[in-house]
Design a binder for this molecule. Structure first.
Ligand SMILES: [Zn+2]
Ligand SMILES: [Zn+2]
Length: 402
């Protein structure tokens, strides 16, 4: 196999110049959420030049497939949206769209996925199955992957791979991190509790129903979910970050309102927390003659790394890039952390692995982290990302067919 891997990497390296040109063009024209007019047209045109027939998926997504339907289909994903940030990075390809910037590196992902498309086209005859390439909008607003799932992107898909770049961390340029199996990032859900009482004069409480008293007891009772109902060591955070009621010191208001967030690493725990928040709020309000309604919004599940996919990624990428793959993280601290990732919606449906590729660490002069107006992503690593996506796909399909 050794000669094959070396040759594969050389093919990816040969695309480097083109990938840089594409990435810089995308970087100059960042777009937000589902409004990806330029980006989508650009991606579509490049894919058509390669001989693909891109298919629209959801509000602003695109898919193409390489290979032919067989035993297994692998999905690979690149997100395409930018952030509402005014770019301050000193780069010649700085954003030309005021107030918008590719500060999370999704322009890098898009370019790498175009490189992967090209490599997969060159190796299409070798594919022992099908690769579906998912070009996703609206990751930053946690809506794009769900929108594409609703539009059917996962139909026939058996497993999924994503990649995210990193910058401004201690990890040197070109290094690849492969998470071990298990929960990678916490889920995120929001709740709103509205307590309805009966307003009146502050001096005559007997004529009112005080929603503030009821809401205060609800707030305290919510803390007991973690303290008294879970196994010690279970990960669940319930934080009410907004508590609002009243406008005058001598008036009992009609309502009180609380909003907060739920974070955990387990889908079942989210359901449990929602059920108990609702029960406690309703029953506690009732105890104080008030009425509580509970609403939930903005749900994003935890990102789950599949054990087999993690092991497969370690095997294949170590073959291809032995000097780049970092050893597994050891230690038994809490692994769950970081921001939420909307590919989590995919990861709770099909076995998924998400890779991380450093595009420059603090030791390489990249001082600013992602989402910072001065963040810089070194695009000399683009061919590594393109090779990782496509080589994983070829190897995984081959192994599944054994
Ligand atoms: Zn981001
Ligand atoms: Zn991102």
């Amino acid at each position: 196999m050794e000669g094959y891997e070396v040759q594969f990497l050389q093919e990816a390296q040969a695309l480097q110049g083109e990938l840089e040109t594409w990435r810089r063009e995308l970087h100059r024209h960042p777009e937000l959420g589902f409004d990806l007019t330029f980006t989508k047209a650009f991606v579509k045109a490049r894919l058509e030049e390669m001989g693909y027939e891109p298919v629209e998926c959801g509000k602003a997504g695109l898919t193409v497939t390489a290979g032919k339907p067989a035993k297994r289909t692998l999905l690979i994903r690149g997100d395409m949206d930018a952030l509402p940030i005014q770019e301050e990075a000193d780069v010649p390809y700085r954003s030309e769209n005021p107030g918008k910037m590719h500060a999370c590196g999704h322009d890098m992902h898009t370019a790498m996925m175009l490189g992967a498309a090209k490599l997969l086209k060159q190796h299409e005859g070798e594919l022992a199955g099908q690769v579906k390439l998912m070009y996703q909008p609206a990751e930053e607003i946690m809506a794009g992957s769900q929108d594409m799932i609703e539009a059917g992107v996962l139909e026939g898909v058996d497993a999924a791979l994503m990649l995210h770049v990193m910058t401004g961390t201690p990890i040197p340029r070109g290094c690849i991190m492969i998470p071990e199996g298990g929960t990678g990032s916490a889920s995120s859900d929001f709740f709103t509790i509205t307590v309805k009482g009966k307003g009146g004069h502050g001096a005559m409480p007997q004529l009112s129903i005080d929603p503030i008293t009821a809401a205060a007891h609800i707030h305290l009772a919510l803390q007991a979910i973690h303290a008294r109902e879970l196994t010690p060591g279970d990960f669940l955070v319930i934080t009410p970050g907004i508590f609002q009621a009243g406008k005058a010191a001598n008036v009992i208001p009609d309502t009180a309102m609380m909003q907060g967030t739920i974070r955990t690493g387990d889908v079942a725990m989210v359901d449990f927390a929602k059920k108990r928040i609702t029960e406690i709020a309703e029953a506690t309000a009732k105890a104080f003659r008030a009425e509580a309604t509970v609403e939930f919004s903005g749900s994003c599940p935890p990102m789950i790394a599949d054990y087999d996919m993690s092991a497969a990624a370690r095997t294949y990428l170590t073959e291809l890039l032995p000097r780049n793959v970092l050893p597994p993280l050891t230690g038994n601290g809490n692994k769950i952390g970081g921001g939420s990732e909307d590919f989590a919606f995919v990861s709770v449906r099909v076995p998924t692995i998400g890779l991380f590729l450093s595009t420059g660490g603090t030791g390489d002069g990249c001082q600013y982290p992602q989402h910072h107006p001065k963040a810089v992503f070194d695009d000399s690593v683009l061919h590594l990302g393109a090779a990782a996506y496509s080589y994983f796909a070829i190897r995984w399909l081959a192994d599944q067919n054994k």
